[in-house]
Design a protein around this ligand. Structure first.
Ligand code: NAD
Length: 380
């Protein structure tokens, strides 16, 4: 197959979907790889490295899109990118933020088969394809480094001739992939860490990283069948906010990561709670992309209010473009190999990974989740 790797055109995006090392693997499997000129530049993968790997550099974006059987990207495509793709070709990348009826119609008119990386089910055999986890892990790591930069205190315990300085205290709310990586990173930097999550299964993982799990009476069946957190009742959220508020006032850094699949992020930190935090504290809101876990977060901005710095960080994986691209590149390549593993390159819709991740095929929306979301949108 002819695989096209375009330049990411979204503002501030520094990653590239395929790095030279994985381009080699695709070529070994008998595919051809075409890379838009400069596509890897911002991630420190120059065109020469792709050429050495055996890929072909294409100067003309239109030519790249219209010649490819498969386009691999990271950021959801913009309309003009889909317009440039050839009929009956395949698109693989993150997609959910652009899935509206008009956009899907455009893909269906061109009979584009599209696959959303974020819909790959989180099951053991798809771990090597799980780009959500790879990127969340980078975000968790980066969040701690940003907190360390803004906090006017050391993270580790310092015993100096000028006195002993106690370690910074850090609270992580939402101990999924990003939260656990944040805990591990903060522990490596010597901070004292505590964490909370609504899923009881997480307690053991938090403790195994040397952090303390904040105890609260949790509800049974806090997870969906896919392993994501369920939306909690308002009564539960009130109790949670009370506990988080008390703990936030005792900590110097709060990293929030709580998200609900396909929904707005829950508000866990109100402005009143921010007012009670110690002056100089830092909140890193990793849920900013979904509105934020803190009531006063401004997505994409760092604000200073009531003596607290609140960072509404967006697209942190792009700030670590070398490793983020390498990880994503491995994920998408494994996924692509899985999709087209049959000798005749036919897709197997009996397979859970293929079925769950496919959005459009043969001119139709084939994904139940997307179909329902579009229908709901149409009814409102
Ligand atoms: P996520 O980004 O959807 O959410 C982050 C965390 O916030 C989750 O742990 C969630 O429980 C928590 N949360 C939600 N509402 C909350 C609230 N009100 N208060 C506190 N915490 C709250 O999560 P994720 O990192 O994408 O992980 C989602 C699930 O997928 C987890 O069960 C994870 O273990 C699972 N997973 C499985 C695999 C695999 O088996 N291959 C790989 C990765 C993740």
């Amino acid at each position: 197959m002819k695989i096209g790797i375009p330049n990411e055109i979204s503002d501030g995006e520094r990653r590239v979907a395929i790095v030279p090392k994985t381009a080699t693997q695709l070529l070994k499997d008998g595919h051809e790889v075409f890379v838009e000129i400069g596509a890897g530049e911002k991630a420190c993968f120059p065109d020469t490295e792709y050429e050495q790997a055996g890929a072909v550099i294409i100067k003309d974006k239109q030519l790249l899109y219209s010649g490819a059987d498969v386009i691999m990207k990271i950021q959801p495509p913009q309309r003009e990118e889909i317009e440039m793709m050839k009929n009956d070709s395949t698109y693989i990348g993150f997609l959910s933020s652009v899935l509206d009826a008009e956009f899907l119609n455009l893909m269906n008119q061109k009979s584009i088969s599209s696959f959303a990386m974020e819909f790959i089910p989180r099951i053991s055999r798809s771990q090597s394809m799980d780009a959500l986890s790879s990127m969340a892990s980078i975000a968790g790591y980066r969040a701690v480094l940003i907190a360390a930069q803004y906090l006017g205190k050391f993270f580790p315990l310092m015993m100096t001739a000028a006195g002993t300085i106690p370690p910074a205290k850090l609270l992580v709310v939402g101990a999924g992939v990003a939260g656990l990586q944040a805990i591990a990173t903060a522990r490596r930097l010597g901070a004292r860490v505590e964490a909370f999550d609504t899923r009881p299964a997480v307690k053991e993982q938090v403790e195994s990283l040397g952090a303390q799990f904040i105890e609260m009476e949790l509800v049974k069946n806090a997870e969906t069948a896919a392993g994501y957190a369920k939306e909690m009742t308002e009564e539960f959220m009130k109790r949670e906010r009370k506990i988080i508020g008390d703990r936030a006032a005792q900590n110097h850094v709060v990293i929030t990561t709580a998200q609900l699949f396909g929904k707005k992020a829950p508000i866990l930190i109100t402005e009143e709670m921010v007012k009670k935090m110690q002056k100089g504290s830092v909140i890193i809101d990793l849920a900013a992309e979904q509105g934020g876990n803190c009531e006063i977060t401004e997505p994409g901005k760092n604000i200073y209010k009531h003596g607290v710095t609140i960072c509404g960080v967006l697209n942190l994986p792009s700030t670590l473009p070398i490793d983020a691209s390498s990880m994503y590149s491995r994920n998408i390549t494994q996924f692509f190999k899985h999709l087209y593993k049959a000798e005749d390159r036919n897709l197997d819709f009996e397979d859970k990974i293929t079925k769950s991740s496919c959005v459009t095929y043969n001119g139709e929306i084939v994904n139940d989740y997307v179909r329902t979301a579009i229908r709901k949108g149409a009814n409102t």
